[in-house]
Design a protein around this ligand. Structure first.
Ligand SMILES: [Mg+2]
Length: 191
């Protein structure tokens, strides 16, 4: 049986739980991994250039370059995942900041935003927390606590708890918004 995901972030998160069962991989490991994949892509580019210039030596293909660029993209996503960065949002913000700085009119927007809903924020928050804590959703982070407020850093009486990473919080809020806009439209919690 296979699990299929439509976004790289979701697929990377799920696969790493299979691949690195003891969660040993560090950010430094990921940095080396990215550098390695960039090097592999550059080596293919060198060979394509070699062919273009008619210089002696081994050759390579654009299809192989596509594979190596895909590896780079996947590694980028893994680093973002590890650092708790929403890479899609970061790319849009950076792209638009550069356009602004250079006086260019082209802008990006996040694809397929969650449908708008008039549902109160606290109901979205409650549903997102419930989905994270009480379901077997593959994105849930076992052993991590849902934040009690937006400034919750995990400090508790007598110690600390690990807070669900921001990208995962946003993931579950997005599901909650979609549920309130679709199957739960008009639903009111019973008091
Ligand atoms: Mg590679």
């Amino acid at each position: 049986m296979t699990d299929v995901y439509c976004s790289l972030q979701e697929a990377n998160t799920a696969r790493q739980k299979e691949w690195d069962v003891d969660n040993q991989i560090t950010l430094a490991y990921r940095g080396n991994e990215l550098a390695g994949e960039v090097g592999e892509a550059c080596n293919v580019i060198k060979k394509l250039e070699r062919e273009r210039m008619g210089i002696r030596g081994s050759r390579d293909t654009v299809e192989h370059l596509a594979e190596e660029l895909a590896d780079v993209e996947i590694c980028n996503g893994l680093i973002a995942m590890q650092a708790g960065i929403d890479l899609d949002a970061a790319v849009v913000a950076k792209f638009n900041a550069t356009s602004e700085k250079m006086g260019l009119k082209t802008r990006m927007a996040l694809r397929d935003p969650a449908p708008s809903t008039q549902q109160p924020v606290d109901q979205i928050e409650d549903l997102a927390k419930w989905l994270h804590n009480e379901t077997d959703h593959p994105e849930h982070c076992p052993g991590y606590a849902w934040p009690e407020n937006e400034h919750d850093d995990g400090r508790r009486a007598g110690g600390w708890v690990k807070i669900v990473p921001k990208y995962a919080q946003e993931y579950f809020r997005d599901i909650a918004r979609r549920m309130f806009a679709g199957p739960l439209a008009g639903w009111e919690p019973r008091l």
